[in-house]
Ligand binder design. Structure first.
Ligand code: HEC
Ligand code: HEC
Length: 441
């Protein structure tokens, strides 16, 4: 048996060395000061109180260190968190962001809180007030909805959309000049065929007023069919396209001006430092400019996709129903392999649709022409639900109907494969024929 005394004699040198080390490292302290507040975050008092309490230590110039944050090595970690935290989101210079950027950061914040990504767990474990309660989350949700503009017809957006569309259908495809590489080196040339990829899903993002389509390349399509979606196989590439929302007076939202396209490319060897994915985004409408200032733009992508870590960093739930549809339309065309003409959301009736076409239909639609004989278009309609992965978006739920229009010499033939049979065929044919192609670079 080791007596307490002999035990102490044995460990004493170790304790002394550790103590001396502890004292020494106190002289290696990172600088952590509070620069002036230039334009503080403004919100109703209850909302502000939650953000101030749970987030300001890392995301403002009003950092208050707890006593246990102060000795090294704790302060090294803390200083690193504060430095990184302020860089990506600083409530003390809130005024320097545009209104749209502010709303974007707030929606992102709320989603990160709901997924327990923020505040950082190392922080909430020790800091009183570092947890946000369900009641506070509800309060933040309420506040965000109150800031979000409803869907309203907007004449400026309408005009921009018409202008872009007219230019687009006149331009001969592929005549645009080369698109510059993204700052992390991802080039557009390997990705430019994305407009003919498979539609995996669609989202109505009311947080930022866009309609989005998520497309996958052949590797993604095969992975979904075979059920290998987590992790996604090497070579899987997703494209996400965003258009301005263009609502009509009845509240049906069509695609307006094309805004941006972004990609995630699965390749662990090529992109080891960015989570095994290559990230890229081109903005500025058909101008297609690389997003960001330098390669660090990927931090933004990775941070916001972080809650989806268990899902191989992807948000989108592939539409299981779309696979079943391949059988439904077997004698005409398979929506899953059809190319996309456009997508539509009807939040008032809680439905959304995607219009697919065969090659003849695609060619006509993208040239702004009426469908010619041989064209087949399929309108698939789903119920709409809140996106369980993103407060701020609505996505397709149960399948509601599949309608096919086949154009022949004798005119169009309409067929409904499921859904309400009680419709005027003529009215449905004109509605479907009137859905213009979404502008795609
Ligand atoms: C202990 C420090 C700490 C606290 C407290 C904290 N964060 Fe963070 N936050 C960070 C760090 C560090 C990053 C950057 C992550 C990285 O670079 O890996 C970050 C990133 C973010 C981002 C991503 C921003 C972007 O555009 O990349 C959001 C949004 C965010 N935090 C919101 C919040 C909110 C909201 C709270 C309070 C509820 C909060 N954070 C509390 C440290 C913190
Ligand atoms: C503020 C949060 C946020 C940021 C920042 C962000 N994303 Fe996403 N991303 C989403 C959400 C939410 C979805 C799900 C689709 C939707 O609702 O729009 C998504 C989906 C995607 C998809 C489709 C695959 C999937 O995960 O569902 C791609 C590709 C994509 N994002 C690329 C990027 C790239 C590239 C960047 C950085 C330039 C980026 N994202 C930055 C929130 C974000």
């Amino acid at each position: 048996m080791l007596s307490v005394r002999s035990f102490w004699i044995k460990v004493r040198p170790v304790v002394v060395v550790l103590f001396v080390l502890f004292v020494c490292i106190q002289f290696v302290r990172p600088r952590l000061d509070n620069p002036p507040v230039t334009g503080d975050f403004k919100a109703p008092a209850e909302v502000k109180a939650v953000i101030r309490r749970a987030c300001y230590d890392c995301h403002s110039n009003e950092t208050h260190l707890a006593w246990f944050d102060q000795p090294a090595p704790a302060c090294w970690l803390v200083a690193d968190h504060v430095k990184k935290g302020r860089k990506v989101l600083n409530f003390s210079s809130w005024d320097s962001l545009s209104r749209g950027q502010q709303l974007g950061k707030l929606y992102e914040s709320l989603n990160q809180i709901e997924y327990n990504v923020m505040p950082l767990s190392q922080y909430s474990a020790f800091h009183h007030g570092g947890r946000v309660s369900p009641e506070e989350v509800a309060l933040l949700r309420q506040y965000l909805l109150s800031l979000t503009p409803g869907v309203m017809p907007d004449t400026a957006k309408q005009r921009a959309s018409v202008e872009q569309y007219e230019k687009w259908i006149l331009s001969v495809m592929g005549t645009r000049g080369p698109v510059a590489d993204e700052y992390n080196g991802v080039g557009y040339s390997d990705l430019s065929g994305f407009r003919d990829w498979t539609a995996i899903s669609t989202t109505e993002r009311y947080d930022n007023g866009t309609l989005r389509l998520i497309l996958g390349n052949a590797v993604v399509e095969r992975a979904i069919r075979e059920g290998h979606t987590n992790p996604w196989p090497k070579g899987a590439v997703f494209a996400k396209v965003a258009w301005d929302q263009l609502p009509d007076s009845a509240g049906e939202i069509r695609t307006g001006a094309f805004r941006q396209v972004e990609f995630m490319i699965r390749d662990g060897q090529k992109y080891p430092t960015t989570g095994g994915w290559g990230w890229a985004r081109w903005i500025g409408g058909l101008g297609m400019k690389p997003y960001g200032k330098d390669a660090s733009f990927t931090m933004e992508c990775i941070n916001c996709h972080k809650p989806m870590q268990p899902n191989d960093q992807t948000f989108t739930l592939p539409l299981a129903d779309t696979l079943a549809l391949a059988e439904v339309g077997a004698d005409t065309m398979r929506p899953m392999t059809g190319k996309v003409i456009t997508t539509v959301a009807r939040p008032k009736e809680s439905t959304m649709s995607t219009l697919y076409g065969n090659d003849v239909a695609i060619k006509d639609a993208r040239a702004g022409k009426a469908y010619s004989p041989g064209a087949v278009v399929t309108l698939v309609t789903w119920e709409q639900r809140d996106d369980p992965h993103w407060f701020g978006g609505r996505i397709p739920a149960a399948l509601r109907s599949v309608e096919v229009v086949k154009y022949g010499r004798a005119g169009p033939i309409y067929k409904m494969y499921s859904g309400n049979e009680n419709v005027s065929e003529q009215a449905r044919i004109s509605y479907i024929a009137g859905l213009k192609a979404a502008v795609l670079p």
